[in-house]
Design a protein around this ligand. Structure first.
Ligand SMILES: NC(=O)c1ccc[n+]([C@@H]2O[C@H](COP(=O)([O-])OP(=O)(O)OC[C@H]3O[C@@H](n4cnc5c(N)ncnc54)[C@H](OP(=O)(O)O)[C@@H]3O)[C@@H](O)[C@H]2O)c1
Ligand SMILES: [Zn+2]
Length: 328
C-alpha cells in the first residue's frame, strides 16, 4: 500500500475570501506515487474568481487555486487535466468514451478541494498529465478550459450545425475561446459583451456581436443560449430563445441566487434548461489539439505570479479580453 509524502510549494494563497492573495510557502500531503509538474503558466478562470468571492460555500480558506495548469514534467511540455478522479471505475469510463464524465463524489477539482496551480509546482497522478504539442504555455493556459467548456456545453445542448446560438460573457476567457469552437462546428454564433471595443474583436472572429443588455430584441429567436454570466443576463437569455429552445447554464459570475422573472415564458415556450459542468479528459485533449494547430486563437494578458492581485483587480472589473495568465 502506498503512503503519503509532504510537499512544499511557493504559491499565491487565498487566506480570506475577497482579500488579496498572499505569496508564501505552502505544504500539503500527496500520495507517494504522484508526480511533480513545474508550473510555467496558469490561467485565472472565471470559476476561480467565483471561489475568490466566496461563491462556493463548501470551500474554506486557505485555498491554493488554479486548474488551468501548463508546464514541464520530466523536461517535456505538458498540460495537467484538472479533475482528480477518485473512482477507478469512472477513470476507465473516461478513457473509453470521449463524452464520459464522473458523477458527484467521483472527482475532485485541482485548485478547489485539492491544492492547485497558482504556484511554482503542482503534484498530480501521472494519469492527469497530457503531452503538449509545443511549449508556448500561455496560449494553452488562456484557451483550453474555455474551448473544452463550450465543447461540453455544445454536447449537452445537442447544438447542431446551422443552429443559432448566443453566448453571454463572450469576451471573457471561456467566451472568446469557446465561441471559436462553436463556429468551427457550423453554428451561427452570437456573442453578448458590454464592450463596444471587444464587440469589434468578436466580429473579426466571424461572430455576430450584441452589446445592449436587452439583447433579446436584437437577436431574434435562438435555438440555444449558453449562459456564462448568470444572474445579470439570465432573464434576457430566456427571452432570446425560440419555442423549445435550450438554455445551458455554465456559469454565474456573481455567485448570487438567480431569480426567474417570467416563469410563464419558460412554461409557454416549453424551454429546456441544462447545466454543463466542466469537461472530460478527451474534450480537454481535443481542445489542446485545436489550439496547438492554431485553429483557435488565444487572447490573453500575462502577469508574473507575484502580481496576481493586480491581475485579479483587472479581471474582476471585467477589463480584460480573454484570460489573465499567471507565470510563476
Ligand atoms: N461549467 C463549467 O464547466 C465552467 C468552466 C469554466 C468557467 N465557468 C464559469 O463561466 C463563467 C465565465 O467564466 P470566464 O472564465 O469566461 O470568466 P471571465 O474570463 O471573468 O469572463 C466573464 C465575462 O463576463 C462578462 N461580465 C462580467 N460581469 C458582467 C456583468 N455584470 N454583466 C454582464 N456581463 C458581465 C464580461 O464580459 P464583458 O465585460 O465583455 O461584458 C467578462 O468578460 C464563470 O461564472 C465561471 O465560473 C464554468
Ligand atoms: Zn477554467
Amino acid at each position: 500500500m502506498s503512503g503519503y509524502k509532504t510537499v512544499k510549494v511557493r504559491g499565491a494563497i487565498l487566506e480570506e475570501f475577497r482579500k488579496p492573495f498572499v505569496i508564501r510557502d505552502f505544504e500539503y500531503q500527496v500520495p507517494d506515487d504522484w508526480v511533480e509538474v513545474q508550473v510555467k503558466a496558469v490561467g485565472v478562470c472565471g470559476r476561480d474568481t467565483v471561489v475568490w468571492k466566496g461563491g462556493f460555500p463548501n470551500l474554506k480558506p486557505p485555498i491554493l487555486l488554479g486548474h488551468e495548469i501548463f508546464g514541464y514534467y520530466n523536461g517535456e511540455p505538458v498540460a495537467v487535466f484538472p479533475a482528480l478522479v477518485v473512482s477507478e471505475e469512472c477513470r476507465k469510463k473516461m478513457d473509453a468514451d470521449p463524452s464520459a464524465m464522473c458523477g458527484v463524489g467521483e472527482v475532485v477539482i485541482l485548485g478547489e478541494q485539492f491544492p492547485g496551480g497558482y504556484a511554482d509546482k503542482v503534484y498530480v497522478p501521472e494519469w492527469n498529465i497530457i503531452p503538449l504539442p509545443d511549449d508556448d504555455f500561455a496560449k494553452y493556459a488562456a484557451a483550453t478550459c474555455g474551448v473544452a467548456t463550450l465543447m461540453r456545453a455544445a454536447r449537452v445542448s445537442r447544438l447542431a450545425s446551422g443552429e443559432r446560438v448566443l453566448v453571454t460573457g463572450a469576451s471573457g476567457g471561456v467566451g472568446i475561446h469557446g465561441i471559436q469552437y462553436l463556429k468551427l462546428i457550423g453554428a451561427e454564433v452570437y456573442g453578448y459583451t458590454r464592450s463596444k471595443e471587444r464587440a469589434k474583436v468578436l466580429e473579426q472572429l466571424g461572430i455576430k456581436p450584441v452589446t445592449s443588455l436587452d439583447f433579446y430584441k436584437e437577436v431574434g429567436r435562438m435555438d440555444v443560449v449558453m449562459e456564462l454570466v448568470g444572474k445579470y443576463t439570465f432573464n434576457d437569455s430566456m427571452r432570446s430563445l425560440r419555442s423549445r429552445g435550450r438554455l445551458v447554464l455554465i456559469g454565474n459570475i456573481s455567485g448570487e441566487p438567480i431569480e426567474i422573472k417570467r416563469p410563464a415564458l419558460f412554461v409557454m415556450r416549453e424551454l429546456e434548461m441544462h447545466g454543463s459542468a466542466a469537461y472530460s479528459k478527451k474534450e480537454y485533449e481535443a481542445a489542446i489539439k485545436l489550439i496547438g494547430e492554431g485553429v483557435i486563437k488565444a487572447f490573453y494578458q500575462k502577469f508574473p505570479l507575484t502580481r496576481i492581485n493586480e491581475a485579479y483587480e483587472i479581471v474582476i472589473k471585467g477589463e480584460i479580453l480573454g484570460r489573465a495568465v499567471l507565470e510563476p
